[in-house]
Design a protein around this ligand. Structure first.
Ligand SMILES: Cc1ncc(COP(=O)(O)O)c(C=O)c1O
Length: 338
């Protein structure tokens, strides 16, 4: 490990901040926190809101619910719109709710709902939010950023939170947060108690090329490398690669006679959710693929337990990985039916 208060670290954090901002298309501020993705969601809430603030939480699944729960835990007055799992948020419904909340301080929403394999129309939701209110828009982009288009400034997003272990091709341990000027202004008046995630400390220390606290240095090394690799490959190339792997996964599922869980028009480009066929136990399918074919599938979470399987294809995924996964699903299904 290196000294995180020395010149080498200063060089790394500078480069990482610049590359992260380039990839997200933002002129705003960016910070790296030692935490998992949920830390980026919590940082978004505690740095922009005050207890009693009205918040509109848009949820299409388990992670959307979590975002609402975090805001509630810190004393926000949360209005929740929940869409059926497997569907995307409807911007018109968001508009209807928002017009009845003139004092709404923030809209919180998941970009890519990993629990259902659905991608929300964030650009359209953001347009509605800006047209109808002064609310900030805080986005859980944990499983979307660097895998699907998310031009933060062009789409008018105020906080984007993501995590090293997803499309960023690094191990878990670093939460990444980008903030617009509007979010920074809100931060200046935010009164939610905070310490470890207080972005003020990260900003002050960033000025001298240091982190406020000891960071997960080993993950920082990996993430620095990945950010450079993404910029070198070109973000457009990276996104095209993700879209191709997603299409390959959807085509593969269809080829072996399976049905996607969401409609293809809203299906995620980083994780594909597939219905478990009638008469098959989803949990047995996941363990069969793991135990017999060495392929780790995701199962359904909460109310979808046993009903869907999920194939993740974010990050450095090659066509043969998808072929192998589809093949494992096909063989496991045949085994379970035998
Ligand atoms: C959309 C989304 N949000 C939040 C999280 C939580 O991230 P973590 O488990 O790193 O805290 C995940 C993790 O899978 C996710 O997919």
């Amino acid at each position: 490990m290196i000294n995180h208060r020395g010149p080498e670290f200063a060089e790394i954090i500078d480069r990482m901040t610049a590359n992260f901002k380039t990839i997200l298309g933002t002129q705003g501020r960016a910070y790296f926190l030692t935490a998992s993705g949920t830390g980026s969601m919590e940082a978004a809430i505690v740095n922009t809101l005050s207890a009693g603030d009205r918040v509109l939480s848009i949820s299409i699944g388990s992670f959307g619910n979590r975002f609402g729960d975090i805001a509630e835990a810190y004393g926000a007055e949360v209005t929740r719109i929940e869409f059926e799992w497997g569907t995307a948020a409807d911007p018109e419904k968001v508009r209807e709710t928002l017009v009845s909340m003139p004092d709404c301080a923030a809209v919180i929403v998941t970009h890519n709902e990993s629990s259902t394999g659905v991608m929300n129309p964030i650009a359209d939701i953001s347009k509605v939010v800006h047209a109808e209110s002064d609310a900030l828009i805080l986005v859980d982009a944990v499983s979307s950023a660097a895998g699907v288009p998310l031009p933060m400034d062009d789409w008018g997003l105020d906080v984007v939170g993501t995590a090293s272990q997803k499309s960023w091709v690094a191990p878990p341990g670093i939460a990444m947060v980008a903030m617009s000027d509007r979010a920074w202004k809100a931060h200046e008046t935010s009164t939610i108690p905070k310490y470890y995630f207080d972005i003020d400390q990260y900003e002050k220390f960033l000025q001298i090329g240091q982190p406020p606290f000891t960071p997960a240095l080993s993950v920082i090394y990996a993430l620095d490398h990945s950010l450079q690799a993404i910029v070198a490959e070109g973000i457009e190339e990276v996104l095209t690669r993700h879209a191709a792997r997603a299409q390959q996964t959807r085509d593969g599922a269809k080829r072996i006679g399976l049905e996607l869980f969401p409609d293809a028009s809203i299906a995620s480009d980083t994780v594909t959710a597939i219905r478990v066929p009638e008469g098959i136990d989803g949990k047995s399918l996941v363990s069969r693929a793991r135990d017999e074919y060495n392929v780790e599938l995701g199962g359904g979470q909460e109310k979808l337990a046993g009903q869907i399987i999920r194939i993740g294809h974010m990050g450095w995924v090659q066509p043969e990985h998808i072929d192998e996964s589809i093949d494992a699903v096909e063989k496991s299904l045949a085994d379970l039916r035998a």
